[in-house]
Design a protein around this ligand. Structure first.
Ligand code: ZN
Length: 142
């Protein structure tokens, strides 16, 4: 599929952000899932904080997901999940602002604070395959 990286999938998000870390095997389902995630979860929060949400990683092909040690069931494979960057020196403050906004305004399936020894990020997902569960979790990875 030909990708127009400058195309908007929603008011504040571009195709380029969906395929930031992986652009192989992208199809319309991925783009449509990414658009729904942006509309139902990211935009309601983005519009309220009024500054960019920085994308670390969004869509991942099956192959790329395996190469970074992702679970085979990862919602990133469908474009249904995005990892939002948190700054190393003020991630707690950012979470204190972002988590309540997501909980209140976003129709999320999972909202996960993920931490490695060196970084923290916020995983947000939305799906059309079942009821969105509004699960809030904290996970340490390595
Ligand atoms: Zn993630």
């Amino acid at each position: 599929m030909d990708l127009d990286l400058k195309e908007r999938i929603s008011q504040h998000f571009l195709v380029a952000e969906v395929v930031k870390t992986c652009s192989e095997d992208v199809d319309n389902t991925v783009i449509n899932n990414a658009r729904r995630l942006a509309e139902t979860c990211l935009e309601p929060v983005r519009c309220r904080i009024n500054r960019p949400l920085i994308v670390n990683s969004w869509y991942r092909s099956v192959k790329y997901n395996a190469s970074v040690g992702g679970k085979r069931s990862s919602q990133h494979i469908r474009g249904e999940a995005v990892d939002i960057h948190l700054d190393a020196d003020c991630w707690k403050i950012q979470l204190g602002e972002l988590v309540p906004l997501f909980k209140h305004y976003a129709d999320y399936d999972q909202l996960i604070v993920e931490s490695s020894p060196t970084a923290h990020w916020l995983h947000v997902s939305h799906t059309e395959r079942h009821e969105n569960r509004h699960q809030y979790l904290r996970i340490k990875t390595h």
